[in-house]
Design a protein around this ligand. Structure first.
Ligand SMILES: Cc1ncc(COP(=O)(O)O)c(C=O)c1O
Length: 382
């Protein structure tokens, strides 16, 4: 998809970028200033493997302020992005024979990292009707004595769904009582929630079994800092020590200057984050309502992140390249070729029939892309 989108752009065509997984904003200016100041101060050497103490302290302080529980710096491992934090965790925890429970739709890296370690992903299917959230019963059935970990992403990439406090409490209760496994909670989108939705950290709800909860977070999405590559895990000290060993033999430390930028992001004023969140909230409405205005297309209003996840099966049967559209991948290629809209087919996330539309782009572009989709459908329908 990316290659085809690049090819079209290379031909001078204006492609609507609804496939992107990163905010289209700049990081707050004081973050960039802090990075420049760090360079000028000579921040050019190796740091402690799991991150500089000031950053770990900033992570703990912010976690306690916005997530409502208080980890210790010794539990924090700062890595080269949240994806790297998850990969370190996979190396440290998963072995052949282990099962890792992952609700579907899922972020693509979760099952791939599990498989790379020779362990087995076990998916719990969810539906649009259930808000793409697991029922406690379905979750319980997926747990087994082989379960090493459960990976929960809330708010979710790709669906934007987020568990309410009651929903999460019910899931945590099942996990706590039926399994000895770790609960890995990816909270990378937790600051981007809408309509007054309150994100609740599973770590707060499971404080009595805190040693089995591992939180993944980072600056990529909240501060529009994807390229700086700073993410982290918060785990019990034994797991944190294992992560220190894993990271010590791979990247050593995350980039020193990027760590200083992350300190500024976490400790500086948070107004920019709120401004970005409010902008995303408006775009979410534009994207979801736009998709819903396409006859037959369903799209749930997501609680968070910056993705709309739409059931596009209404487009099946439309002739495209001499054949009727028959899959989400066909839909995505049709949208790209005929409407110049780049979006990600749901099959990649374990949800065939769906397509993920990112609204990390302006309302004008969203309106333009939706209009182009409608025009392409009208022209293609026999
Ligand atoms: C759910 C989820 N977790 C983790 C990541 C990785 O974030 P980072 O850029 O910090 O590696 C992403 C990025 O798309 C994501 O969507």
């Amino acid at each position: 998809m990316n290659a085809r989108a690049a090819e079209l752009r290379g031909k001078g065509l204006d492609v609507f970028a609804f496939g992107v997984g990163e905010p289209d904003f700049e990081p707050p200016h004081f973050v960039l200033d802090a990075a420049k100041a760090a360079i000028d101060k000579g921040v050019s050497k190796y740091t402690a493997v799991t991150g500089i103490p000031a950053l770990k302290q900033a992570i703990c302080k912010r976690t306690s302020e916005v997530r409502g529980w208080s980890p210790k710096p010794s539990q924090v491992t700062v890595s080269v992005g949240a994806k790297h934090a998850l990969f370190n965790l996979a190396i440290a925890l998963y072995e052949p024979g282990d099962e890792v429970v992952i609700p579907a739709p899922y972020w693509v890296s979760y099952p791939e990292q599990v498989k790379m370690m020779g362990a087995t992903p076990v998916h719990v299917e969810t539906t649009e009707a259930s808000g793409f959230k697991m029922s406690p019963d379905a979750f319980a059935k997926a747990l087994s004595p082989k379960t090493k970990a459960v990976i929960l992403c809330t708010p979710s990439n790709p669906t934007g769904s987020a568990y309410s406090e009651d929903e999460l409490r019910a899931i945590v209760e099942v996990w706590k009582t039926k399994s000895e496994s770790y609960l890995v909670v990816d909270e990378i989108y937790a600051d981007l929630v809408y309509d007054g939705f309150k994100h609740v950290s599973a770590a707060r709800l499971a404080s009595d079994v805190a040693e089995r909860v591992i939180v993944i977070d980072g600056v990529s999405k909240t501060y529009a800092m994807t390229g700086w590559r700073i993410g982290w895990s918060i785990a019990n000290e034994k797991v944190a020590k294992a992560l220190d060993t894993v990271q010590g033999q791979s990247t050593t430390n995350p980039t020193a200057v990027a760590q200083h930028a992350a300190i500024a992001a976490l400790t500086g004023p948070q107004e920019e984050v709120e401004k970005m969140r409010r902008t995303f909230e408006k775009r979410r409405a534009a994207m979801v309502e736009g998709l819903r205005s396409i006859p037959g297309v369903h799209c749930r209003m997501p609680e968070g992140a910056f993705y709309a996840f739409a059931d596009m099966r209404a487009l099946y049967g439309i002739p495209y390249k001499g054949k009727p559209i028959a899959s989400d991948e066909d839909v995505a290629f049709f949208l790209l070729d005929e409407a110049h809209v780049a979006a990600v087919p749901g099959g990649a996330f374990g949800a065939p029939g769906y397509v993920r539309f990112s609204y990390a782009t302006s309302e004008e572009r969203i309106a333009g892309g939706i209009a182009a989709i409608k025009k392409a459908i009208a022209a293609a329908r026999p």
